[in-house]
Design a protein around this ligand. Sequence first.
Ligand code: GUN
Ligand code: ZN
Length: 436
Amino acid sequence: MSTAPHNVQAYRASLLHFHADPAFHGDAHAWHEDGLLVVEDGRVKAAGDYAALIGSLPDGVTPHDYRGQLITPGFIDTHLHYPQTDMIASPSEGLLPWLETYTFPTERRFEDPAHARATAEFFLDELLRCGTTTAVVYCTVHPQSVDAFFEASEARNLRMVAGKVLMDRNCPDFLRDCEGSVGDSAALIEKWHKRGRQLYAITPRFAPTSTDAQLRATAELAKAWPDTFIQTHVSENKDECKWVGELHPQSRSYLDVYERFGLMRPRALFGHCIWLDDEDFARMAATGSAVAVCPTSNLFLGSGLFDFEKADGANALLSLGTDVGAGTSFSILQTMNEAYKVARLKGSYLPALRMFYLATLGAARAMDLEGTIGSFVPGAEADFIVLDPKATPLLARRTAQLESLEELLFALALLGDDRAVKATYSGGALVHRRSA
Ligand code: GUN
Ligand code: ZN
């Protein structure tokens, strides 16, 4: 008889994960109503029906009993700003005044490493409470803000992506890189990219705050380290689009500014994409670049409504971002809630199954990390969450009378938030448990 290795754990619950995009494939998800997730050495060993897998467990391994709950891959948030945690829900008439009034003064405080570290710890706690196990994160221009974030993430063994913001014009002096310079970006990449589970994102804030020289230097970094991420903002707000048109009259479109500088490629994530045209979406798809759709932010700042149908028409890679602190919630469930309504206002329809895909495998594909995160294929990192369909009295009442999986997921997306996340696991370790 074999003895139980310490490194195997099993979890009994309903299991949901994806192997394709439900918008394009009828058979896109795996659903095991009475399922078992088996984890070995922090990675998925198997996911399937309890009855089929229970006999394969090593002797002495007793499954953790989460019956009545739903286990999915951890949520992936592809766009947010940890330094903006303290200014979430700051009112403003739109993007550009909001940046001047709240954002830049708040980001100034990240020159202090102690403030940066304390904020990073709170931010990570909040992500895990909401079931987000991977996030693509903007730091500030200060290299110490990047060190503070990665140190906090590494200490918890989380799979996180982050980078130093690049700005060398149209910003306050106290947040400005030397003209044409990317500051300490190369050293930060050498230090943090692929160190444990940390990954680096080259982070030009947006076209208006970089000179041509800085965009060129940014593209050189992106070429020198082709498996780093790139993150920026594009076509969020009409005033911003007009400004970019004035700054770059030779470019066909706002997105085209980035393409001309060589910043569109796999692992390039573009936040917002509200005002892209068909050709822009075609360029997104052709270059393997990905959209981070940020509905709570877009509604909050009055930026506009993302066009899912247009994006899907081009087969562009899509994912969901909270965009905290312009976004109004850390919760990807609440982000789905607002994405659903944005789609309705644009005359299209976003099923809950699609939204759960976008928050898991869809994001992993957008990040070129399929097989590593976002699903339960064997070998994937065991980042998963336990969702409680009875987390609140209203959720319990609604989910007591379900006709389908779609109705269950829809109720969680529309009525759920951090309260629906009973537990969060990262790399097979429990990193958050909701107290009763
Ligand atoms: N565009 C440039 N910077 C920012 C930012 O911090 N937040 C949002 N929402 N848009 C931006
Ligand atoms: Zn943003």
